[in-house]
Design a protein around this ligand. Structure first.
Ligand code: PLP
Length: 360
């Protein structure tokens, strides 16, 4: 069977070159005589895999030396608890902007350990925009300021970061890490689950400024303390070795593509093809205000539930899969992460244009 164009929000497409390399290495990695899956995490071979992955990520994201890179488990969702457990050190208060379900989940975990001040929310319009902020609403005593950098479900992203002064900015970049250039030095902590833009599910990357490590609340479980993993270079216990290895292959692939800047250019081109079509269509409609549109997740709707279903079924039959929107938005959502080629988006738009002709 041929490979399909997979528009899944996550886990999502991986570059074919990465899968092929993993296939080549499957039975025997290098001269090790075994698969990476069968390898001790304390072996020389694995040490090199994790160290190279970290070095490549540092190069790709231009991560300053005073930041640690951690390879953790538990998905993005475990960070919703680790962040307050480790960063609530003084006032035990944080500022947060509510831009969708992932922000809400972060909020409910943080509330277990301290006070959450919701600076702004876009819930009034089903999270179809990024709210404007008034710095007067910021709490200067907050231990951190939390945002979801790209909202996977609703298709919005932050284009201008909040100016939080000395309050560390914390960002969930699960669905846009490595998709465009970001200035790591503007953040106290950035985290991302791997399964959207990095590799297979199982590893979560945390990029954290060193001064934020070592102040966890007393009752923080050892495994949820950043200090544990920082001290042991992510080898305190067995890390998700195979996911780290594939993530490393993706970093190599991205470097060969020209790095994040080159990738961003391609991502902007892909998003433009889709948004331009939506803006000019008489049938399809984007759901997000133009200035806050995501480059990675593009939700759109047709005028009726019946047409939505008809389009999703037609697309599936032609090899464009996982286009159904999130249940809270309805319609369709095309997730066009780094591994989605320009051609996939062009062909999807051709199909949409044909559907419009046939159904108008
Ligand atoms: C997918 C996603 C998560 C949750 O990730 P898990 O690894 O499933 O816990 C969190 N935040 C954002 C923005 C996401 O897209």
């Amino acid at each position: 069977m041929d490979r399909v164009y997979n528009f899944s929000a996550g886990p999502s497409m991986l570059p074919v070159e990465v899968l092929e390399q993993a296939q080549k290495d499957m039975l025997c990695y290098g001269k090790s005589g075994m698969s990476v899956m069968e390898m001790s995490h304390r072996s020389k071979d694995f040490e090199e895999i994790i160290e190279t992955a970290e070095a490549d990520l540092r190069e790709l994201m231009n991560i300053p030396d005073n930041y640690k890179v951690l390879f953790l488990q538990g998905g993005g969702s475990t960070q919703f608890a680790m962040i307050p457990l480790n960063l609530f050190r003084n006032s035990k208060k944080c500022d947060l902007v509510n831009t969708g379900q992932w922000s809400k989940k972060a909020m409910s975990e943080a509330k277990r350990y301290g006070t959450v001040n919701v600076v702004a929310s876009s819930e009034d319009k089903t999270f179809t925009y990024i709210p404007k902020l008034d710095p007067k609403d910021f709490d200067p005593e907050a231990d951190y300021f939390y945002i979801t950098l790209n909202n996977t479900i609703y298709g919005t992203k932050w284009n201008k970061l909040p100016e939080t002064g000395n309050v560390p900015l914390v960002a969930d970049a699960s669905s846009n890490i490595l998709s465009e250039e970001i200035d790591v030095s503007k953040f106290g902590l950035i985290f991302a689950g791997a399964q959207k833009n990095i590799g297979p599910a199982g590893v979560t990357i945390v990029i954290i400024r060193e001064d934020l490590i070592g102040h966890a609340l007393d009752f923080t479980p050892t495994m949820l303390n950043y200090e544990t993993h920082s001290k042991e270079n992510s080898l305190y216990n067995t890390p998700p070795t195979y996911s780290i290895y594939v993530a490393g292959l993706t970093f190599k692939w991205l470097k060969a593509m020209g790095g994040v800047k080159a990738m961003e250019k391609i991502n902007r081109e892909k998003a433009k093809i889709l948004y331009d079509f939506l803006d000019n269509s008489k049938l399809f409609k984007g759901t997000v205000v133009p200035e806050d549109r995501s480059l990675m997740n593009v939700p759109f709707v047709l005028p009726s539930e019946e047409l939505n279903e008809k389009f999703i079924a037609l697309a599936k039959s032609k090899g464009f899969v996982n286009l159904k929107g999130h249940r809270t938005v309805g319609g369709m959502r095309a997730s066009i992460y780094n591994a989605m080629p320009v051609e996939g988006v062009k062909k999807l738009v051709e199909l949409m244009a044909q559907f419009e002709k046939d159904n108008l």
